[in-house]
Design a protein around this ligand. Structure first.
Ligand code: SAH
Length: 256
């Protein structure tokens, strides 16, 4: 909406969920459908952008093969510039804007410029992937603690993950595909049993989703052999083990 120049627009930091458009919140869907301007990153599915009506300005700040993502400072400046010009901005992000989404930085930049900000939560990849792969992140018999960590190569060795994985705990690693080998080594060096189950969920909730499993000691080999690509999350803990056959399935197998 274009308003008088002295009134800034609102910046909506909106979680688009892990991919499947059905996992948008109603608030997110309504904002997308009514948006004049959407600034989106690379994880947002075309099917979600297709909900915008014709004439909506779509600005991508995505990573392309040859190009880098727009630097964060430039994204902040773009949001501020548009809002100060009186435009409401729907800033669409994969998953949830406040889980490894730099939503905090964008909200700060807007508030510093006197721009109203609203945060619309989304289904974060850990939750979407767990649901799609039928892995309960907590389970009374397995795990009562869940942690989310970022597994990029940079600074991996400096991060203290001790105590986050192991008996009674579930660890979900975002952005860990490229450093899967180093992640497995780090966790085992911290005392995690090499047999600990791991599930890798690639493209969760999308048509091309894959769920792959291995003990943590085999994580690097699995990722390399199966050519796992981003986006994928890695779930570490006994909840990630292949689901036990239901009693009915076991009975049917025995009868064969
Ligand atoms: N804000 C996002 C996370 C952004 S960081 C959220 O809350 O989900 C990007 C990482 O998210 C990817 O490297 C991957 O680890 C994870 N991710 C995002 N979408 C995913 C999907 N559909 N399937 C598996 N992992 C996904």
């Amino acid at each position: 909406m274009t308003r008088s120049p002295q009134l800034p627009g609102t910046v909506y930091l909106v979680g688009a969920g892990p991919g499947d458009p059905d996992l948008l919140t109603l608030r997110a869907a309504r904002l997308i459908m009514n948006a004049r301007l959407i600034v989106h990153d690379g994880l947002v599915e075309p099917a979600i952008l297709a909900l915008a009506r014709g004439g909506t300005r779509l600005i991508s700040v995505a990573k392309r093969r040859s190009k880098h993502t727009m630097p964060q400072h430039d994204i902040d400046a773009l949001l501020v510039r548009e809002a100060l010009a009186g435009n409401d901005v729907v800033r669409l992000k994969g998953g949830d804007p406040f889980v490894f989404g730099r939503g905090g930085e964008e909200a700060e930049a807007c508030r510093a410029a006197g721009i109203p900000v609203e945060i619309v939560p989304g289904v974060s990849a850990a939750l979407g992937a767990a649901a799609a792969a039928q892995i309960p992140l907590t389970h009374r018999a397995h795990s009562s603690i869940v942690s989310f960590v970022a597994g990029q190569c940079k600074g991996l060795t400096d991060q203290d993950w001790s105590g986050l994985a192991g008996q009674g705990r579930t660890l979900v690693i975002y952005m860990g595909v490229a450093s899967a080998d180093a992640i497995a080594e780090k966790l085992i060096a911290d005392g995690l049993s090499p047999e600990t189950p791991v599930a890798v969920i690639e493209n969760a909730t999308r048509a091309e989703m894959r769920v792959l499993r291995a003990p943590i000691a085999g994580l690097g080999a699995l990722v390399a052999h199966e050519r796992v690509r981003s986006p994928a999350v890695i779930v570490v803990g006994s909840v990630a083990a292949a689901p036990a056959h239901s009693l009915r399935e076991l009975a049917l197998e025995a009868a064969r």
